[in-house]
Every structure is written in C-alpha cells, then in structure tokens.
Design a protein around this ligand. Structure first.
Ligand code: NDP
Length: 511
C-alpha cells in the first residue's frame, strides 16, 4: 500500500496523507482496522490511520531487529548516518507548509506555532547529524604501560519511541534523529490523534534511501504503545506523555529491563521578583501560560509574584490577555487554538470550576470560548485565576489548557518553597535583574530546566527532562543522544602480565 494523498483544506500548495497504513520494513502495510481523526477546530474528519495491533508492533520490531543485526545502519559511518539526517532536515524544511498544517489541523494548535515546531524539527535533525559524526568513546592509558582501557560507545539496539499529541513532529524529532544518529533502528508509535506528520516524516526518510527496516511506524492507540513497551525485542524505549501513562510504561517494560527515558508532565512556575523587567516578564508570563493552548509540558501554568508588585502586575496581565486571539488553528492570526478532544475540553473547564469552588477568583476568561468561527470547535478562553494557594488542586495538578493561576510570595524562601511544592519538576522561570537573586534561586529549584528572564526557550544543545514525577532520562543535547547508546569497557593487557588479576585496579605481584 502506498500513502494516498489529498489536498489540505484551505491550502493549494500542499498534499497530505489521507488513509495511510503502517510503515514497516520499508513499505506501507494495509491496516486491518482504522481510526478516524476529527479536527478539534471544526469537528470534521481530517485523517484516517491504521489501528495498530500487537501483531503489527511485533512485525515492526522484528524488521527493526533484523535491520539492526544486519549492521546496515549500526555499522554505517557517522558521516553516512549524518548525510541521511542532513537530507531529511532539508526535506522537512522543504515540506514545512504541509507538516505544519497537519499538526495544526489534527492537534488544534495555532499554525504559527506549528510552523515554529517544524523549523525546530529540522534544526534538531541537523544537530543530531553532528552528533553522529562526533560519536566516540574514551581511552584510558593511566593504568600502567602494559594496559589500555577502551570505553566503546555503541548503539543501544532497537529503539521504541512513543510520542504525544501536543508537539507531534517536534517531539518526534527530539527522539528519532538522535536514535538514528547513534546507530539504533527504530519503531515509532505516535499519538492516535496526531499521526499524520510522523507518517509524512517517515516518507521523507524513505525517500532519502534510509535502508528498509531502520525506521518503522505503527499507528494506533495506547494498546499499540503498550505492546511496544512490553516487547522484548526493544532495547531502549523513549516515551513522552503523561505521568500516568509513564508509570504504566515503567511496569510494561520490566520484562526485559529495557533502557527507559520518560519525559512526563509538569507544573512549571514563573517567579516574578520586584526587580524584574516587568514589561518582559508580563509578555513572558502570558506566553508561557498560553503557548500551544497551554497544552504543553513546560507550560508556565503558575505565576508566583512578589506581593509588592502583584496588584499592578496582575492589572497589566489583565489588560494584555484581552488581546490574545482565540481562533481556528489554521488561521495565522490565531494565538490560542482548540483543545485536543472533547473529553479534554471538559476536563479543562472542570479544573476551572474546581478552582473557583476552592476559593480562586476569575480575573480573565473562565469559560468555553464561543463565536461564529468557534462554535463547532473545542475552544477555551485564556483564563487567569487569582488567589490560588498550594492547597488547591489548580495549583498542584496539570491542567494542560489555557489556565494561569496566580499566587503571591513575600520573600525568596517562600517563592522557592511554592515553586517546589508540587510533585512535578520539569521547568520553572525566574524573572529578576539581580544575579544575587537569580543564581541561588536557580540552584534551589527542583526542575530539569530553569529559564532566566525568558521562557520556553532552549537550543538543542541543552538536555531536557524532569526531576521528581516529571520523568527520568534526558532528551536533546549530548545527554539525549547518549540515551540511545550503551557503553562497553574493554580492558586490554599487553605483553607478559606481571601482577595478579584484580577487579578495582590493585594488583599484587604474581607469585
Ligand atoms: P498520554 O500519556 O496519554 O499518551 C502519550 C503516548 O502514549 C500516546 O502515543 C499514547 O497513545 C500512548 N499511550 C497511551 N497509553 C499507553 C500505554 N498504556 N502504553 C504505552 N503507550 C501508551 O499523553 P498525551 O498524548 O495525552 O500527552 C499529554 C501529556 O504528555 C501531558 O501530561 C504532558 O505533560 C506530557 N508531555 C510531556 C513532555 C515532556 O517532554 N516531559 C512533552 C509533551 C507532553 P494514544 O494517544 O494513541 O492514546
């Protein structure tokens, strides 16, 4: 089966996959069953993808294993692997309009952000190409003249990648090119809600001449993900999604104790001190909270503001929030698009109600957004809830929608305590022009990322991942690359051995 294509509604310059099978061992396979995706902005059916089974996953893992064991990719030089990745990066850029439209339409995210995601996906692919060229181990020559210690860095084997719906192409490219750069072969299971850009990117890889079986994609729901997590043929599993599913994956992967990286939920804080550039901080706080509809693991969903400036700062936020445009995902004027599915819309509105029931008061928004362009879709008004304390569910739980909570603090210690007083530890932001404030606070925050006078702003060089229930392992940077590798120590003794054998390096003279 080949990928069928049709026009993207409203776009004349792009084609999109409509009914696609799984991509296994270099060819498109007819799915036994399919899933339909309704666009969150309009309710219309926009794509149909295969409902992968455990049997499909098994076939894909076997293809990846065969390709890995053949050495066709794992033994290729870094330069050869990099050449493919650079070509794919060029093709992602050449196809950016299509890829951005697919993610915006299926995911409900504003097209401008989606375009940024695709640019990021290409940049990550190029960065990973550089890592392929530089992949290396270490050598130790400090254990006597007759000894050489080699630490070989090798590809980990077959990598399973499970991705969520909120950044389909971007998060795919936080994993896939890194795994390929390391020499792994791969099986991807994208979210059933947003599979099309992953299938398109698989098509681009195939067009570069990537050997059959090196990249496989099985679409489908959580059952396909579960089958991948359980499969004993998978050596390393990289998952991004909710903490709830992360725990299931931890259990499912125990059978063969596969290497795991889990990028999970978050509940980040924006900490605004009185000596911040308040204009920048106001822009950053609103961007951090409402970026990607608030459906973002690093969404800066909690504002912690010094009480000396809190009222004025909140008044400024209130005046600016009215300028945020809620609209159709494919409209370039849109700042906040549609929630991913009807159940999630209800959950977000439920969180707001729970917050007000517990004593928070609505400063802005607070309800479903309506209007002629919005009534068929799943839109929520950008919402600010003031008077939020650490005992409230909206302070602690991941809402994953356009909802910003506001809490006030009196001093640095209270700001740190509030920021850390959640189960998550993915990211936080500090706004202050005083390095004596910034550095100790950055060190005290229990999160994998700390932004200073900026928000949701990180180059591919910086490892990304969580403390606490936000996950284990890292993506991006050298550390993200190393998740897809194993170390092998080779201890070489040359000449006639003069000492006894010894683990730990202390040898008695040989008797
Ligand atoms: P889910 O955990 O629901 O799903 C993530 C992926 O796992 C999807 O492909 C899903 O398939 C699949 N899946 C579902 N159940 C299972 C299972 N039992 N075994 C294996 N795979 C399964 O997350 P969402 O897609 O709803 O994404 C939102 C969550 O992701 C939020 O909590 C967010 O914070 C987190 N996230 C974390 C990021 C990070 O880097 N730390 C970045 C972005 C998001 P399907 O969708 O088809 O059901």
């Amino acid at each position: 089966m080949t990928a069928q294509t049709t026009q993207v509604p409203g776009r004349s310059d792009t084609n999109r996959p409509r009914i696609c099978g799984h991509f296994i061992d270099g060819s498109w396979r007819e799915p036994a069953d399919v899933l339909q995706r309704h666009a969150p902005g309009t309710g219309a059916v926009v794509s149909t993808v295969g409902a992968g089974t455990a049997g499909d996953v098994d076939e894909a893992v076997r293809a990846a294993r065969h390709a890995f064991d053949s050495g066709i990719w794992s033994d290729a030089t870094g330069t050869e692997r990099a050449r493919i990745l650079h070509r794919v990066a060029d093709m992602i850029e050449a196809n950016s309009a299509l890829l951005a439209a697919l993610d915006a339409e299926e995911g409900g995210k504003p097209i401008r952000l989606s375009e940024g995601d695709i640019a990021g996906a290409a940049a990550l692919t190029r960065y990973a190409a550089g890592l392929a060229v530089q992949m290396h181990g270490t050598t130790y020559t400090n254990h006597g003249a007759d000894h050489t210690g080699l630490v070989l860095r090798e590809p980990a084997g077959v990598a399973g990648l499970i991705t969520p719906w909120n950044f389909p192409a971007l998060i795919l490219c936080q994993k896939l090119p890194f795994a390929l750069a390391a020499g792994c072969t791969v099986v991807v299971k994208p979210s059933e809600l947003t599979s099309s850009s992953t299938l398109e990117i698989a098509r681009l890889y195939a067009e570069t001449g990537l050997p059959d079986g090196v990249l496989n994609v099985v679409t489908g729901d959580g059952r396909a993900g579960q089958a991948l997590a359980e499969h004993h043929g998978v050596d390393v599993l990289s998952f991004t999604g909710s903490t709830t599913t992360g725990r299931k994956i931890l259990t499912a992967s125990q059978g063969n104790l596969k290497k795991l990286s889990l990028e999970l939920g978050g509940k980040a804080a924006n900490i605004v001190f009185a000596d911040a550039d308040l204009d920048d901080a106001a822009e950053g706080v609103l961007f951090g909270a409402f970026f990607n509809n608030g459906e973002c693991c690093v969404s800066q969903a909690r504002l912690l503001v010094h009480d000396s400036i809190a009222d004025d700062f909140l008044a400024e936020l209130k005046s600016r929030v009215g300028r945020i445009r809620v609209g159709q995902p494919l409209d370039h004027a849109t700042d906040v698009g549609a929630m991913i599915h009807p159940g999630h819309l209800e959950a977000v509105l439920g969180h707001i109600t729970q917050g007000t029931d517990q004593g928070a008061h609505v400063v802005a928004g607070g309800a479903r957004a309506s209007g002629p362009a919005l009534d068929e879709g799943l839109f929520v008004q950008p919402t600010i809830l003031d008077g939020v304390g650490p005992g409230m569910s909206v302070f602690r739980e991941e809402i994953f929608g356009p909802v910003l909570t506001v809490s006030r603090f009196h001093d640095v210690a209270e700001a740190i305590n509030l920021a850390n007083d959640v189960d998550y530890g993915l990211a936080n932001s500090i706004w202050s022009k005083n390095v004596d404030t910034v550095l100790p606070v950055a060190k005290a925050l229990k999160s994998g990322t700390v932004y200073v006078n900026t928000t949701i702003d990180a180059p591919p060089t910086l490892p990304f991942g969580g403390f606490k229930t936000s996950g284990v392992g890292r993506e991006m940077g050298q550390a993200g690359f190393e998740e897809f590798t194993e170390l092998k120590s080779v201890s070489i003794r040359t000449g006639k051995r003069s000492g006894t054998f010894a683990f730990g390096g202390v040898h008695a003279p040989r008797s």
